[in-house]
Design a protein around this ligand. Structure first.
Ligand code: PAF
Length: 281
């Protein structure tokens, strides 16, 4: 496995692989089984797999956890090696934003970014799309793998690739969970033992809303009010948002109809966790 930390070496490596299919898994490190499920999918459908590890400052707001974001490069290297990754690309900020930071050019996300996390994290998806575009231009993958846990990110990147004519297949991969249902996330490492128990409200509330829909509830206001009330009764938990949106447009729907996403962000203590369920009737 190669570990590359600069653009020049990565581009040189990529030129040498001209006849091979390349799968790409972009990450911010502190890797876990969720990331490795993306690597496993990549290994099944492409000949070479590149994992990038880069905590992108452009997608963090002023009061967010950029400076505390968990890191363990040594462990990330071990995990990648054991899963047969071919290249880890681990650049620093100067390498990615080589023309100065903040960059003078950004990818601007319009409508798909005005609800859910986009409404709460100003500029977040512009930051994500800008760095993902830069990484795509360097890695030049045939396929890139994204987890459905970050469903808004996935839908925005699928749309960006289509609208900007990027010749890359975006492959969605299912959310990986602990045995009691909590979605795997590097940010789970911030939780205390008591908070870990409280965090189970996140998958519970989503499953509860699905069970109400299955029983015939179609009014999204009723569903959201019920869900917010459940979250507010849980110790350490505070809903940042709970929304029900159309799968394609990511705009709120008033009635359950067609393919929708029930998505939530919940503060457990100071840790903000996100999760979602895709539902189709
Ligand atoms: O999902 C993430 O870890 C990040 O948003 C990504 C796609 C690596 C871009 O920084």
């Amino acid at each position: 496995m190669l570990i590359i930390n600069n653009r020049k070496d990565l581009q040189k490596w990529r030129l040498e692989q001209d006849n091979k299919t390349v799968g790409f898994v972009p990450t911010m490190g502190y890797l876990h089984e969720g990331h490795m499920s993306l690597v496993k999918s990549a290994k099944k459908s492409t000949e070479l797999v590149v994992v990038s590890i880069f905590v992108n400052p452009l997608q963090f707001g002023a009061n967010e956890d950029l400076n505390n974001y968990p890191k363990n490069l040594e462990n990330d290297i071990t995990i990648c090696k054991s899963h047969g990754v071919d290249v880890i690309f681990t650049p620093n900020t100067n390498e990615i934003y080589s023309n100065g930071y903040p960059p003078k050019t950004k990818v601007n996300v319009e409508l798909l970014g005005n609800h859910l996390c986009g409404a709460k994290r100003n500029g977040h998806f512009d930051g994500v799309c800008t760095v993902v575009t830069k990484l795509f231009n360097l890695v030049k993958p045939h396929k890139a793998f994204f987890g459905q846990k970050d469903i808004q990110q996935l839908r925005i990147i699928e749309t960006m690739v289509k609208e900007l004519n990027m010749p890359i297949d975006i492959i969605p991969c299912p959310t990986q969970r602990t045995h009691d249902g909590l979605a795997l996330s590097s940010r789970n490492s911030y939780l205390s033992v008591a908070e870990e128990r409280s965090a189970l409200i996140v998958p519970k509330v989503l499953n509860h809303l699905v069970s109400l829909i299955k029983k015939g509830e179609t009014d999204t206001n009723t569903l959201i009010t019920d869900g917010i009330s459940l979250i507010s009764k849980t110790p350490n938990a505070k809903a940042d948002y709970l929304e029900i949106v159309d799968y394609n447009t990511l705009q709120p729907v008033h009635t359950i109809n067609g393919k929708i996403i029930i998505a939530t962000a919940v503060f457990i203590g100071n840790t903000r966790l996100i999760d979602n369920i895709i539902w189709s009737d």
